[in-house]
Design a binder for this molecule. Structure first.
Ligand SMILES: Cc1ncc(COP(=O)(O)O)c(C=O)c1O
Length: 380
């Protein structure tokens, strides 16, 4: 049999624990804290009969002009100085990560990332050969020499933490001083349980180039696969060409549906209603955590987003990937913390999604998980 000649990059595709989780997640009775799934209760009721037939034709790579305008107006409200020409509609904001990786990363290109950070961004950057430099946003000296710094400043995945104004300013000043492009990923900002302005870090840049992206997955529906980016003018043409090569354009029916939502006067009230719903789920989850994990782990109440980040008292002595098989066997899925770091070594932390499991299941699942952690600690 002939051996296919694959790209030199393919052997670097390392297996991820997510595959193990996805293989069993739909098993009846499984309690999942693993994914970042928005709650189906928040999905909109769609009237597809009103979709104009022209949405079924090929469309512009950059996205529908009216949607780009609506997005640019929203970004200006957040403090970002941009016009519709600087906006690209994406097939999910995950596509933005892939396009930015293609735009910047060759083998050995230095990419500055938080530690921990969004694991699917690490995977995309790693695939193109990134050499990671880990940085702390409030003291970002380590971004020097990087092609870009990737940051999720608002309700981060996986930690849920939100950068304060001082940390945002420190990061923007460091990017300006070092001439490092800032890539700001902001899909969770509307899942806000405390209220606050959360000015984009890109809005405070004076000189450094920037790319800012958002998503309609968490506040509309992830199945529509729709996100967007806005960027400094010099990136518009290369990113548009990269998008053309990837998918020609994003789904026009999805774009039309999202545009209708932008024009809906009840949109603001709907977003506030969701945030209230998620806040309640978070608070119930926090009560279950206090009951089962007191003394076993430390955590903070996430001010927004979809996750709790638990730092286990056992610390880096415990490789949380070893907890996954016994947890899945007992019907509980969670995300080990190790793959959220550029260097995958034992970290003693886990990520728990609080929005998906029904509150009673969440309590039961956390009880099981705590037993598994306790057993593992006893064996250290
Ligand atoms: C930080 C971050 N960026 C990007 C994405 C991708 O989201 P989507 O492609 O659904 O817009 C996610 C998904 O969970 C995320 O957590």
């Amino acid at each position: 049999m002939t051996t296919p000649r694959l790209s030199r990059r393919i052997p670097d595709l390392v297996p991820s624990p997510i595959r193990e989780i996805l293989a069993v997640i739909d098993r009846p009775g499984m309690i999942s804290f693993a994914g970042g799934l928005p709650a189906p209760e928040t999905f909109p009721k769609l009237d597809l009969s009103a979709v104009p037939p022209e949405c079924l034709q090929y469309g512009p790579s950059e996205g529908e002009p009216a949607l780009r305008q609506a997005i640019a107006a929203q970004l200006r409200d957040r403090g970002l100085d941009c016009t519709a020409d600087q906006v690209l509609v994406l097939s999910g904001s995950q596509q933005g990560i892939d396009l930015v990786a293609k735009l910047f990363v060759d083998a050995g290109t230095r990419v500055a990332v938080e530690s921990p950070t969004y694991l699917a961004a690490l995977q995309a950057f790693r695939f193109f050969g990134a050499d990671f430099a880990e940085f702390e946003p409030a003291t970002p000296a380590a971004i020097a020499g990087a092609a870009f710094a990737y940051v999720v400043p608002t309700f981060q995945n996986p930690t849920g933490r939100c950068l304060d104004d001082a940390a945002r300013r420190a990061l923007a000043a460091a990017c300006d001083a070092e001439g490092v492009t800032l890539f700001e990923d902001d899909p969770y900002r509307d899942l806000d349980y405390t209220g606050g302005a959360h000015r984009p870090v890109c809005a405070d840049l004076r000189a450094a180039p920037w790319i800012y992206q958002g998503s309609f997955s968490k506040t509309f529906a992830p199945g529509l696969r729709l996100g967007y980016l806005a960027c400094a003018p010099e990136f518009v043409t290369p990113l548009t060409r990269l998008k053309q090569a990837a998918d020609l354009h994003s789904n026009r029916v999805s774009q039309w549906l999202v545009l209708q939502a932008f024009g809906d006067p009840r949109r603001g009230a709907r977003l506030r209603e969701f945030a209230g719903w998620y806040r309640e789920r978070r608070d119930t989850f926090a009560q279950h955590l206090a009951r089962h994990f007191a003394g076993l782990a430390r955590w903070e109440l996430p001010p927004g987003g979809l996750f709790f980040w638990l730092e286990l008292a056992a610390g880096a002595a415990l490789d949380t990937r070893t907890l996954l098989a016994p947890a899945l066997e007992r019907g509980v899925a969670f995300m080990p913390g190790e793959p959220f770091h550029a260097v995958e070594q034992p970290r003693g932390a886990i990520r728990l999604n609080f929005s998906h499991a029904a509150p009673d299941d969440a309590g039961r699942g956390l009880g099981i998980l705590a037993e598994i952690v306790r057993d593992a600690v006893a064996r250290l």
